[in-house]
Design a protein around this ligand. Structure first.
Ligand code: GRF
Length: 221
């Protein structure tokens, strides 16, 4: 029963250069009961990163796991330790640019969700982040772009798609103006996807994700 499900215990992974706008959108949604989740940890790779500063300002617990300090071999273990300590059951990647270690993907299979600022499978893959994505879309000449929220697998941007939202591409667009049009759609799609997960409404068949209809309120059953 959706109503008896506990809130997600969410870790949000942020990037070294991100602003943390997706983190802030997820946090606001939890505060406004649009997202049944508690952000129990914000994970970054560099102390002082803007998104981590934002997390601290929001009063969220923060962990810095820096592969330069742990070494590549120790990185996955350090991450897993931090996630387990905080009781994390779901991970949201919000600007995290590395490929997640496969041991983390296995430990949290179909519990890791990423947002990408294009309509996958277009303009995804290694190195396709931020402005690079929007520049590629403009140079290709697409007339529509958007965002994709998807489950994370062992590769870059290839996991099953949960939600997509489209925006028009205008002739006068620059990477910055297109990014600004996509960003609020990312925030909304990210909240939707995580809320569907929280409600137990996502069914994954191969690489196709079905979103089940919401359960009626208890009073109507
Ligand atoms: C977003 O555009 C997201 O799609 C990408 O990195 C950006 C992070 O932005 N993966 P912010 O730090 O959440 O503002």
């Amino acid at each position: 029963m959706a109503s008896s499900r506990p809130p997600l215990a969410l870790a949000v992974f942020v990037g070294a250069r991100g602003r943390g706008s997706n983190l802030a959108a997820l946090h606001a949604a939890t505060q406004q009961n649009r997202l049944k989740a508690r952000i129990v940890l914000v994970v970054g790779s560099r102390a002082g990163a803007p998104a981590l500063e934002r997390a601290v300002a929001l009063g969220l617990p923060v962990a810095v796991v820096d592969s330069k300090k742990t070494g590549e071999e120790g990185y996955a273990d350090a991450l897993l330790h931090a996630l387990r300590e905080a009781g994390v059951d779901t991970i949201a990647l919000a600007g995290y640019l590395r490929r997640l270690p496969s041991s983390i993907v296995s430990a949290y299979r179909l519990r890791i969700v990423n947002t990408h600022p294009a309509l996958l499978p277009l303009f995804g893959g290694k190195g396709m982040y931020g402005e690079h994505v929007h520049r590629a879309a403009l140079e290709y000449g697409v007339k529509v772009s958007g965002c994709t929220v998807h489950f994370v697998d062992e590769e870059y941007d290839t996991g099953p798609i949960i939600a997509q939202r489209a925006v028009p591409v205008l002739e006068e667009d620059t990477p910055e103006t297109l990014a600004a049009r996509v960003l609020p759609q990312e925030h909304a799609a990210f909240v939707d996807a995580l809320q569907w997960l929280a409600e137990g409404r996502l069914v994954v068949e191969g690489r196709v994700v079905r979103v089940l209809p919401p359960l009626p309120p208890l009073s109507a059953r």
